[in-house]
Design a protein around this ligand. Structure first.
Ligand code: FES
Length: 161
């Protein structure tokens, strides 16, 4: 089924397109908008929609989607947890935080809990290196993490109805 946007989202698309010097430059913001409108992921239908709107090839859009880890190629869980694994976070225990999340959630990075509540991923630097180790939960950053803080955060997500 073809992907379509609501009238409000279409207005946002027009606004995005007006802000960039060429259509290709609008690819990332348009993909973010469409991902939000498509339950958090970029389907083949979304890729075709974006390609048509930007008058570029589907292969170009797919190249962007597969390069940036913040674009989901499958439907994610209700909440998304991104644990930074880049060097500054790694030196401050980021890998331990990721393993702790895996143990607590009973899944590996890249997987979603069986109840569909949480998708866990490891991430490249999220630009909060000064507050390492850190993770992003949906759109919120959690910094200077301890395993106790992680437990509280994850328990909140697992309980969230
Ligand atoms: S290295 Fe983790 S936020 Fe930059």
């Amino acid at each position: 089924m073809a992907f379509v946007l609501s009238e409000d989202r279409e207005r946002e698309v027009s606004d995005i397109l007006s802000r960039y010097p060429n259509k290709m430059a609008a690819c990332i913001p348009l993909l973010h908008l469409c991902q939000d409108a498509n339950e958090g992921w970029v389907s083949e239908e979304v890729i075709l929609f974006v390609a048509e709107r930007l008058q570029i090839s589907a292969a170009q859009v797919k190249g962007v989607v597969t390069f940036y880890t913040l674009f989901n190629q499958e439907k994610p869980g209700k909440h998304q947890v991104w644990v930074c694994h880049t060097l500054p976070c790694a030196l401050r225990g980021g890998e331990h935080i990721l393993h702790h999340c895996e143990k607590k959630l009973g899944i590996h990075a890249g997987e979603t809990t069986p109840d569909g509540r949480v998708t866990l991923r490891s991430a490249e630097c999220l630009a909060a290196c000064g507050q390492a180790p850190m993770m992003q939960v949906d759109k919120e950053y959690h910094e200077n993490l301890t395993t106790e803080q992680v437990d509280r955060i994850l328990e909140g997500l697992l309980k969230d109805g």
